[in-house]
Design a protein around this ligand. Structure first.
Ligand code: ADP
Ligand code: MG
Length: 238
């Protein structure tokens, strides 16, 4: 687990600025939700943390270490994507084990880690199945399993529930919250869904056009919006 610090970060694609004046400190063990309309720079921000995008300006710290020059594979973070990105030809066990094998973890240890992760996520009975034999919610659990098994310092989640139907979405929201209470891994969760943000976050970061509009607890941003945009965005019905 680690804290994070964004210091004056900016990201440009040629002359398009997609993230600007990003200054924020995230506490160890915190569950932070970045929320905002499509195109406001949420995924870019996550990719910056993962090291998948170079920043144009500023500094990023994970723990107390500047990671600007640190390769993605050497950052102890793990990303869960919207489309799960499971390997279709591998069964659940091998999907979860994949990253551990890549790091040459001994098979005996892998077995313990995978079984433990599958237990936490309630998918122990699915280990022999291929992704196509799983429901959307089950696939999402496997994707989470692949992340937690690596015991990263930071979880990054990019709209992980957006492909699920409404009921499952509500269920997975509380499962992810529960998982966080158990593992306490610092989590940065991205969504365009303000209800998801309000129900899951310790603190919400509201973005518009690459710029943070407000940071606060769900109560704070709901009761005391900084501007009209925040008030409208947070107050709108689901
Ligand atoms: P969000 O996740 O909030 O929907 P993104 O971070 O994906 O937003 O995108 C922010 C902005 O950056 C958008 O205007 C998008 O078109 C632009 N963008 C993202 N990736 C690239 C890229 N590789 N080249 C140019 N523009 C990009
Ligand atoms: Mg996105």
């Amino acid at each position: 687990m680690a804290s994070l610090k964004f210091e004056d970060i900016e990201k440009n694609y040629d002359d398009l600025t997609v993230v600007k004046d990003l200054n924020l400190e995230i506490n160890d063990e915190e569950f932070i939700v970045f929320v905002g309309p499509s195109g406001c720079g949420k995924s870019t921000t996550l990719r910056i943390i993962a090291g998948l995008e170079e920043i144009s300006k500023g500094n990023l710290y994970i723990g107390d270490k500047s990671v600007n020059q640190v390769e993605p594979k050497d950052r102890n973070v793990s990303m869960v994507f919207q489309n799960y990105a499971l390997f279709p030809h591998l069964n659940v066990y091998d999907n979860i084990a994949f990253g551990l094998r890549a790091r040459k973890v001994p098979e005996k240890e892998i077995k313990e880690l995978v079984t433990n992760a599958a237990g936490i996520l309630g998918i122990k009975n699915l280990l022999a199945r291929k992704p196509k034999e799983l429901s959307g919610g089950q696939q999402q659990r496997v994707a989470l399993g692949r992340s937690i098994v690596r015991k990263p310092e930071v979880f990054l989640m990019d709209e992980p529930l957006s492909n699920l139907d409404a009921n499952l979405k509500v269920q997975m929201r509380s499962e992810i919250t529960k998982l966080h209470k158990e593992l306490k891994t610092t989590t940065i969760y991205v969504t365009h869904d303000q209800i998801e943000a309000m129900t899951m976050a310790d603190r919400i970061v509201i973005m518009k056009d690459g710029v943070i509009q407000q940071v606060g607890t769900p109560k704070e941003v709901y009761n005391y919006p900084n501007n009209v945009f925040v008030g409208k965005f947070i107050g709108q019905p689901a």
